[in-house]
Design a protein around this ligand. Structure first.
Ligand code: SF4
Ligand code: SF4
Length: 170
């Protein structure tokens, strides 16, 4: 039986370009990005493959794969790409599209929820407070952690922009 090939979806590829991936079609698949990617050294993530899928508009392959969330946005590939492909912008555009469809890696969702709840990406632990004190700093940093009115503003922004709903479970 003949193998079924995936059909390219130029409409989706066009949406990626319009969403910020305007250098997408400059990629000639040299693989420098994959060879440079620190995340790919630890995982099965292959940057070149993700870019190729985006060029072909293989939406389901992109949106339903963990790969999209394995980039740490270190920008190494971005700096090394011989074609000037703005790879991180493409990945960001794809992630934004995925989130709007309710798809997000659980770890990313948790961090986004933490930002909308606390104004910070990470919690302040007792060890962090102790270390700050040892360094002669205030135990609690002078951010929204110390300023309830600032935190209220962060929450207001997250609510008015719909960010909190966007990253909520389900
Ligand atoms: S380094 Fe640039 S041109 Fe080469 S595969 Fe990656 S994105 Fe494409
Ligand atoms: S920006 Fe992302 S894809 Fe590019 S090298 Fe860094 S981790 Fe890999």
């Amino acid at each position: 039986m003949a193998k079924a090939f995936k059909q390219p979806n130029p409409e989706f590829a066009k949406k990626v370009i319009e969403a910020g991936g305007n250098t997408l079609n400059l990629c000639f698949q040299c693989g420098t990005c994959t060879g440079s990617c620190p995340s790919g050294r630890q995982t099965a993530f292959r940057t070149r493959k993700l870019v190729r899928r985006a060029q072909l508009g293989l939406k389901d392959d992109i949106m339903d794969s963990d790969d999209l969330w394995l980039c740490t946005t270190c920008y190494t590939c971005y700096e090394r790409c011989p074609r000037g492909v703005e790879i991180v912008d493409i990945i960001m555009a794809l992630r934004n599209m995925a989130v709007r469809e309710g798809k997000m890696a659980p770890q990313h969702r948790k961090i986004a929820q933490l930002v909308s709840r606390t104004g910070h990406l990470v919690n302040l632990r007792d060890e962090d407070k102790a270390l700050r004190k040892k360094l002669g700093l205030e135990e609690i940093p002078p951010t929204v952690m110390q300023q309830p009115e600032g935190l209220e503003q962060v929450k207001k922004i997250c609510s008015k922009t719909g960010f909190d709903k966007l990253v909520a479970e389900g």
